[in-house]
Design a protein around this ligand. Structure first.
Ligand code: HEM
Length: 432
């Protein structure tokens, strides 16, 4: 099969380069091979053709559930050890569509807005722990906020020993997943050897088992003592029935909960950290956000989420360093002409969100943080796509944007922060 040109280094080396320095790996490929190139990004994504041209992305994402393309979950197999075989991320076709339909409603509209008060309360609690005049890690605080939001909104966990243990175990599991050695284990299945609790895989399995036990205990307790007043996402998933009247099994519930936790926690925490960094790096941005906030009551979460400049700051944050750098893989199911190449059926295609967001002709001076660009023009969903698109577009998109705006406005209105170190912070990756 003839594929677009790309790096000639051995596939395993390409995966290592991608894991070690993903931004420069993508930029180097673009500089050398242009708009689309073939590369190797790990199990079941090898070889994959990477696109960053909005026209090509539109063809892929607007048709990823058609005769020409598919969005198969089997390609996302690297997440299976963490999320499980029933995760929406690993499902395909009708099962994938049905699971999305079940999971989407709480992340939109009134249901989503009903979590506004919770988000505000959690932000205040976490920020109250900061001591005036003493430096602290913003990322740690943002992780604490997004973890609590997920545990309460998704799991409906009340504070107590299970909540505390879940937060601690999940935090440490996800920290472990940001370690290159551990993440390599997901990319290279041959390394999955349980050589005791000190080995990366053994340690991972032990923590995962502990978290699973906590989740299954919570599900069992809910089944025994259902409460009509609950409005969390676990309750909703437990009461959902498919066309045949079947409820989700415990394993399905566990896998979807784990998916929402993993997909929603680190991503939102990272986006919030960058947004607050940019706001405090540029005094003009800070003053403008603050001036905009002055006219709105903090309790009016709908008005806060519609503020144009705050929205532009959040958009620019996710443009310059999109937390998810790539879309999930899509696969051609018939011969397709794309970006000047004839692709045969079965070709894996991936959108590089990062490279699309750095295109000069769409975003002049692309490496500069400039929120105004989002006030000056509208970008198409294929020019600006921090949440992907098509059949696998992020389920938490509206929720994450809502949470970002609420947390930022709450923090800026209650405390005065300053960067300890004025030097620019380089982007580093945490792999999952
Ligand atoms: C700033 C925060 C976030 C960013 C940048 C982000 C980004 C993304 C991206 C790029 C994708 C892949 C889309 C594609 O292939 O077309 C995705 C998928 C997904 N995201 Fe998010 N996400 C964020 C927050 C969240 C939150 C808060 C949740 C839920 C609590 C969530 C749940 C999911 C799920 C379940 C999928 C898989 C959808 C599927 O396979 O059908 N994400 N996200």
């Amino acid at each position: 099969m003839s594929l677009p040109d790309g790096p000639r280094t051995p596939p395993t080396l390409q995966v290592i380069q991608w894991l070690a320095r993903p931004l420069s790996f993508m930029r180097n490929c673009r500089d050398r091979y242009g708009d689309c190139f073939t590369t190797h990004l790990g199990a079941r994504m090898s070889p994959a053709v990477v696109f960053s041209n909005p026209q090509a992305l539109q063809i892929i994402l607007a048709n990823d559930d058609s005769k020409e393309f598919d969005a198969p979950g089997e390609r996302n197999v690297i997440f299976e050890p963490l999320l499980g075989a029933q995760s929406v991320i690993g499902l395909t076709g009708d099962r994938h569509r049905r699971m999305r339909q079940l999971m989407m409603p709480p992340f939109h509209g009134e249901r989503m807005r009903s979590y506004g008060h919770l988000i505000a309360q959690i932000t205040d609690e976490v920020m109250r722990g900061c001591i005036v005049g003493k430096a602290f890690s913003l990322r740690n605080r943002m992780q604490a906020i997004s973890m609590r939001v997920i545990l309460k909104a998704v799991f409906g966990l009340e504070e107590g020993s299970r909540y505390n243990e879940m937060a601690r175990m999940l935090g440490s599991l996800l920290d472990q997943m940001s370690n290159r050695l551990t993440v390599s284990v997901l990319y290279f299945p041959v390394l999955r050897r349980n050589l005791g609790p000190l080995s990366p895989w053994g340690n991972f399995v032990r923590r995962r088992e502990r978290i699973d036990r906590l989740i299954y205990d919570e599900i069992a307790e809910r089944r025994m003592r259902p409460k009509a007043s609950r409005d969390d996402i676990l309750t909703l998933l437990m009461s959902a029935r498919d066309e045949a009247g079947e409820a989700l099994t415990d394993v399905e519930l566990r896998d979807e909960l784990m998916t929402l936790l993993v997909a929603g926690h680190e991503t939102t925490a990272t986006a919030l950290t960058w947004a607050l960094y940019w706001i405090h790096k540029f005094p003009k941005v800070y003053e403008r956000v603050l001036a905009e906030l002055q006219g709105v009551a903090l309790s009016d979460t709908s008005a806060l989420s519609r503020l144009p400049y705050l929205n532009a700051v959040c958009c620019e944050t996710l443009r310059i360093y999109p937390v998810g750098m790539l879309t999930f893989p899509r696969v051609t199911t018939s011969p397709v002409e794309l970006g000047g190449h004839s692709l045969e059926p079965g070709t894996i295609v991936i959108g590089s969100i990062y490279l699309t967001h750095r295109r000069k002709e769409i975003y002049p001076d692309p490496d500069r943080f400039r929120p105004e660009r989002f006030l000056e023009r509208r970008f198409s969903p294929y020019e600006y796509l921090p949440f992907g698109g098509g059949a696998r577009r992020c389920i938490g998109m509206a929720f994450a944007q809502f949470e970002m705006k609420l947390v930022i406005s709450r923090i800026l209105s209650s405390v005065e922060l300053a960067l300890v170190d004025k030097r620019s912070v380089p982007c580093r990756t945490r792999h999952l």
